[in-house]
Design a protein around this ligand. Structure first.
Ligand code: CA
Length: 262
């Protein structure tokens, strides 16, 4: 009897908690193109619209909203956020651009064309990232929760918990709506979750390990390279862009299936 129990335990161990055993497909990447990126930009929000990147940068005293030329990394328009605020996620809605702040529970509404501030909005908790499917805004707050907002009123209409194998996935950060899924950086990792926006389930993991080479990193000082953060998608040309906080480069990548991925 004792032998049977040991054998059963070994059988369970053999399955183990490995990523492959979870059944969630894994993807790597292929670099399609490399673009310059302002290595002083502490990227907190990123999206692509009509040929330009729009970027939000964080840290008190260094926060901004920028319009950036993709090909050169040139900042063609910039609005500095007052020094007491730490800029976070951004999203466009019609002729407006919304920006959240980290812990100050206030957001700003700008004119998308000029970045002139039009008004402010309030929410509770931390503000991390924004994206939109064109009808709803998705917002996250450091937890595994995605809040769903009405883009016109900026009021919450629902919530979704991001889970992988039945477990919540906390620290969901920069978001991007990509072909009916929500892509999300997981903070302090090189991983991007592909999330089903109806169930909240992670349906794929993108492993971005090694994307920024050690030779492109600065290990200390005011320009110290920080984590992967920033996903943008050009739907018209099916181009996926990723960068990071104080990364000198922004990458267009294509996903490459790892073994077992569908
Ligand atoms: Ca984004």
């Amino acid at each position: 009897m004792r032998f049977v129990i040991v054998a059963a335990a070994l059988a369970v161990c053999a399955c183990g908690p490995s990523t492959e055993a979870s059944g969630i497909p894994e993807y790597g990447y292929q670099i399609v193109h490399t673009y310059p990126h302002d290595r002083s930009a502490f990227t907190e929000g990123l999206f692509y619209l009509n040929g330009f990147l729009y970027e939000s940068t964080g840290l008190e005293g260094q926060s901004s909203v920028r319009k950036v030329r993709l090909e050169t990394g040139e900042v063609v328009q910039k609005h500095d956020v007052p020094g007491q605020y730490f800029g976070e996620g951004i999203v466009n809605w019609k002729d407006k651009l919304y920006q959240m702040t980290y812990k100050t529970e206030i957001g700003f509404v700008y004119d998308l064309a000029t970045f002139e501030e039009r008004s402010e909005f309030k929410y509770t908790g931390e503000g991390w990232a924004f994206t939109s499917d064109g009808k709803r805004i998705f917002m996250d707050d450091s937890t595994a929760t995605l809040r769903i907002w009405d883009p016109k009123t900026l009021k919450e209409t629902g919530r979704l918990t991001v889970t992988a194998d039945g477990q919540p996935v906390p620290q969901i950060n920069e978001l991007e709506w990509v072909k009916g899924e929500i892509y999300a950086n997981v903070w302090e990792t090189d991983r991007i979750a592909r999330i089903n926006p109806v169930t909240g389930k992670v349906v794929g993991w993108i492993d971005c390990t090694g994307l920024l080479l050690p030779s492109d990193r600065i290990e200390s000082g005011p320009l110290q390279t920080d984590v992967l953060n920033g996903i943008a998608y050009d739907a018209a040309r099916d181009r996926l862009f990723v960068t990071g906080k104080r990364w000198p480069k922004l990458f267009e990548i294509k996903l490459v299936k790892k073994s077992g991925a569908q």
